[in-house]
Design a protein. Structure first.
Length: 374
């Protein structure tokens, strides 16, 4: 493994420590106050300064994340609340009260975007011919089962991983499961997410998925920018207001906090690199000599990309949001050619990589790779 700019074998490292936790590892902790009280966190530390918490009580999403003491994400005032505070059946915007926050939230598994009334007549319950699905659905506020975590050596590599299952089901309705695995290793500045969504029921079921990455201060600050190669001019989703609301280039930029800002959303068509993957990064060249984060994924699995720009005071964040499809009613999305229906027993695979860019040299190399695609 690589540690502090030098290579160490397993033997060389273990000769120097009494416990692997001196340099990194993975452990289970529990919150003990406020709205997060009772929720658990599987905390990863890679030894490079990258730390992130996987929350089994909140959809196995990532909560807090930081690099060498610098927070990477936006956190809500109450913290990352337990799922028992979710009031989705009473308030279709309850996700904003409980779900939003942390490094990323999973949106889905049936619906994404604004609250919708969906046709559920095919499930065969006359009293439930339609059903309401709230903002970004409910998987992000659903606890996981059969979760586990471990540290294991493969030669001189120490791998850190966690996995589990999150289910979204209702009698006379959908029966979907999300099997998720995280993996990184000591000495790494990145981690992978591998998801498999399955239709465990006996009816064809709509399935939509969006990864809602929430990047925050100090990474998000005036002068930070998004690096990405686009196929065509981004399209505003119509939420922007103000003097420059029609400027599609704003999705790349970060301003100082703006009083009264609502939010902006853009549909962006991203170009693939040589390996068939999409890569984009948010970088802040003024932060500690240059710091950024990147996201890499397969656009065949996640063909839509939505950019969220939120410059409001307090709610000050940039959203990176790859998705299976844009927002819309399942009927309309099917007509547009999006394969959002899952047959009984069918599975879908999603793979993403999230990592940190450290220093101007790594940022410049990433920017050059993006520029080459243009």
């Amino acid at each position: 493994m690589r540690f502090d700019d030098r290579e160490l074998t397993q033997r060389e490292l273990l000769r120097r420590v009494g416990n692997l936790a001196q340099v990194g590892g993975v452990e289970l902790l529990r919150h003990e106050e406020g709205h997060p009280r009772g929720t658990r966190a599987i905390v990863f530390r890679t030894g490079t300064g990258l730390s992130f918490s996987v929350l089994p009580d909140r959809g196995l999403d990532v909560g807090a994340a930081d690099f060498q003491g610098i927070g990477l994400c936006w956190l809500p005032p109450k913290g990352l609340a337990g799922p028992w505070y979710y009031e989705g059946d009473l308030d279709h915007y309850a996700w904003l009260r409980v779900g939003l926050g942390g490094l990323f939230n999973t949106a889905g598994l049936v619906s994404i975007g604004v609250p919708q009334e969906l046709d559920t007549s095919s499930f065969g319950l006359a009293q439930r011919l339609t059903a309401g699905y709230g903002t970004h659905d409910r998987i992000a506020v659903t606890p996981a089962s059969r979760f586990s975590f471990d540290e294991r050596w493969e030669g001189d590599r120490c791998l850190l991983h966690a996995q589990g299952v999150v289910r979204q089901d209702i009698a006379y309705g959908e029966n979907l499961s999300l099997r998720r695995q995280y993996e990184t290793e000591l000495g790494s500045n990145s981690f992978s997410i591998v998801d498999v969504v399955s239709n465990d029921g006996w009816f064809e079921t709509p399935h939509q998925l969006l990864y809602h990455f929430n990047l925050g201060f100090p990474l998000v600050d005036e002068g930070a920018e998004l690096l990405a190669a686009v196929d065509e001019e981004p399209r505003s989703l119509g939420y922007a207001v103000g003097e420059n609301a029609g400027d599609s280039g704003r999705w790349r930029t970060v301003s100082a906090p703006e009083p009264g800002f609502t939010f902006e959303g853009y549909a962006v068509s991203l170009k693939c690199g040589p390996e068939g993957k999409v890569s984009l990064a948010l970088v802040n060249r003024r932060l500690r000599g240059g710091l950024g984060v990147y996201l890499r994924y397969d656009p065949r699995q996640l063909p839509a990309y939505l950019a969220w720009r939120m410059m409001r005071e307090g709610l000050y964040a940039i959203g990176l949001e790859p998705a299976t499809n844009p927002f819309g009613n399942p009927r309309d999305l099917i007509e547009q050619g999006y394969p959002i229906m899952l047959a009984p027993g069918e599975k879908r695979l999603y793979e993403l990589e999230f990592g940190v860019l450290v220093g101007s040299e790594q940022i410049d190399a990433f920017a050059a790779s993006v520029e080459a695609l243009r």
